[in-house]
Ligand binder design. Structure first.
Ligand code: HH2
Length: 274
């Protein structure tokens, strides 16, 4: 994904070039705004920039790869030549991933865990890109809550196998429990509490709880007001073993993760560590 850091978990910044994302839809649809936001998040401490052109929000409209790329390519073209951190493409479509990797992205972030498009694993392997394999099984929310961990582990083991078979390198794979994807609020809480079960599969784990609905249901707050709730979920995930966090509020996460790590190691950060 990106080289692990010695001073804290990795911080992936979410940038949605969409009109309808659940928390920042429309904010960065204009390429100039997206480009400015990318630079801002890197300056605030992002280690990876995750760019997406289609919302995953329940009920949002699916877009074609052509439409997705029309949204993304101006942003990739402007951001990639000067950006100092790796860029990931947040998509489940092979054509979109291929175009983004050709433009200079180096990570494929597929919240569907390579189950939607039969070609995306091969495209990832062809470019020798890193892969983030997310867990999303639409029928899971109807299963008893104790089913969530065994189902998630079995799904991810299966999809890792498929990725390896397609030629993705094992050391380039990161797993993601897919917080909010096909899961009830109670299932999300179990998953966040049991990140260690996922770490046991032997791959780095990325967690993305940022501003998600279960946080709104706990706190009663609207998406843009869920920073504190997101931080609590993410710090708990890091305490439980997550190697990386996907977030929208980068400055706050950067501070919180540095303080957390300083306490865990009883060491003040060196001045040169961003
Ligand atoms: N969540 C979202 C999108 N991409 N990628 C990973 N790896 N993990 C996640 O949890 C994840 C993700 C959903 O959040 P957001 O991008 O803010 O919203 P939308 O899908 O509506 O654009």
């Amino acid at each position: 994904m990106a080289p692990a850091r010695s001073d804290r978990a990795l911080l992936m910044a979410a940038l949605n070039v969409t009109p309808d994302s659940f928390s920042d839809g429309g904010h960065f649809f204009d390429p100039d705004k997206a480009i400015a936001r990318a630079a801002e998040m890197v300056a605030q401490g992002a280690d990876i920039l995750d760019i997406g052109g289609e919302s995953t929000r329940p009920g949002s409209a699916e877009v074609s790869a052509e439409e997705e790329l029309a949204r993304l390519i101006p942003v990739f073209d402007a951001v990639l030549p000067s950006i100092t951190v790796p860029v990931s493409i947040d998509t489940y479509k092979a054509d979109t991933a291929d175009a983004a990797l050709k433009a200079g992205a180096t990570i494929v972030n597929d919240v569907w865990g390579f189950t939607r498009d039969p070609e995306i694993a091969a495209v990832t392997a062809h470019h020798d890109a890193a892969a983030i394999i997310g867990h999303w099984e639409p029928d899971l929310s109807r299963q008893p809550r104790e089913e969530v961990i065994p189902r998630m582990v079995a799904f991810l083991e299966r999809q890792v196998e498929a990725a390896l078979k397609a030629g993705v390198k094992g050391e380039r794979i990161t797993l993601d429990p897919g917080i909010g994807f096909g899961k009830t609020p109670a299932q999300n809480l179990i998953v966040l509490d049991r990140i260690a079960d996922l770490c046991a599969l032997g791959f780095p784990v990325l967690v993305g709880a940022s501003r998600k609905r279960f946080i709104g249901e706990i706190t009663g707050r609207d998406p843009l007001d869920r920073t504190a709730g997101s931080l609590a979920a993410h710090l708990q995930a890091v305490a439980n073993g997550a190697a990386a966090i996907r977030a929208h509020d980068i400055a706050e996460h950067h501070d919180a993760m540095r303080v957390m790590h300083a306490i865990a190691t009883r060491a003040m950060p060196r001045k040169d560590q961003g």
